[in-house]
Design a protein around this ligand. Sequence first.
Ligand SMILES: NC(=O)c1ccc[n+]([C@@H]2O[C@H](COP(=O)([O-])OP(=O)(O)OC[C@H]3O[C@@H](n4cnc5c(N)ncnc54)[C@H](O)[C@@H]3O)[C@@H](O)[C@H]2O)c1
Length: 316
Amino acid sequence: MAGYLEGKNIAITGAGNGIGRATALAAAAEGANVLVADYGVEMDGSDPTSDVADAVVAEITEAGGTALAIAGDVSKMEVGKQIVSTCIDTWGSVDGVVCVAGNLREKMLFNMSEDEWDAVIAVHLKGHFTLYRHALAAMRKQETGGAIVGFTSGAFQGSTAQANYSAAKGGIVSLTKSTALTAASLMMRGGGKPPISANCIAPVARTRMSENVPFGIDMGVAEDVAPMALYLLSDAARHINGQIYTANGPHIAVWSQPVEIRTMDAPNGRWTPQEIEAALPDQLGIEKLTFIEALEQRMAEMEAKKAEEEAAGEGS
Ligand SMILES: NC(=O)c1ccc[n+]([C@@H]2O[C@H](COP(=O)([O-])OP(=O)(O)OC[C@H]3O[C@@H](n4cnc5c(N)ncnc54)[C@H](O)[C@@H]3O)[C@@H](O)[C@H]2O)c1
């Protein structure tokens, strides 16, 4: 029986570890030719090695699949170009790219250095741009189009210790929507061709990156995330565009698309600050940051648990 991605040529960044590796192994097992792109670095960006990408290629070939390794830094334009052109030169097309490479430099914003900011924006946001840009240029020339899959995070809504990561992940959402819009406009002009999709996944999985996640969040494993990426890479999902999907263990969810929810218009053509002060609380209201709601709920749960434990301690 043909595999779910039989004959597709797919490039996956960050494919040497965690979610990228699980996606590469699953795609190859479903018949895709997989370009394993990974710089092979430690979490702090040090000690790049080609061994990490090579090891995943060896795993795939030993299992009877087809794979190639590129051990470059995805924040470099020439590496994005090389990944896409190697797929085309070796296998004839690039049918999908999945951007999973990532790093972390955790600091509260008021303590964050410029280097810590730049390093995270480079690997995540620019590392998506270098791939999206070259993949889209190639896919628009292919009759069969292609699928682009980014990796964001629920942290795009905000983060106390990872403002750099949160900003990069928000940027990836916007970049993915821009790519989806561009793809849709190409398809409109081309009567439905070439079919190109761009979507992103907000995963939650136990990997080296999530080792330090606080609180007892329920987490699946990297292999639970891979099927969602494979679905988005398939022809069956090519009509889906600009979406964000959570994938965590058995749980998959779709995020809303933000829209204006209440408006107000100046009574005399232009608002004064005083008029805004008087009108805004009633007419627009203030939307609560969803993360603050979650944090409040979590703290209430922790306090209730503590009170229960204390009460049990007193009773014994
Ligand atoms: N694990 C989670 O719970 C979680 C949650 C939200 C988002 N994510 C996102 O999912 C993606 C994968 O995360 P993971 O947990 O599998 O991480 P991971 O650390 O296990 O793997 C990341 C891989 O990226 C590679 N990499 C780092 N810098 C690179 C560079 N400049 N060029 C090429 N490769 C580079 C590393 O060598 C590593 O193999 C990341 O984008 C991450 O932000 C993960």
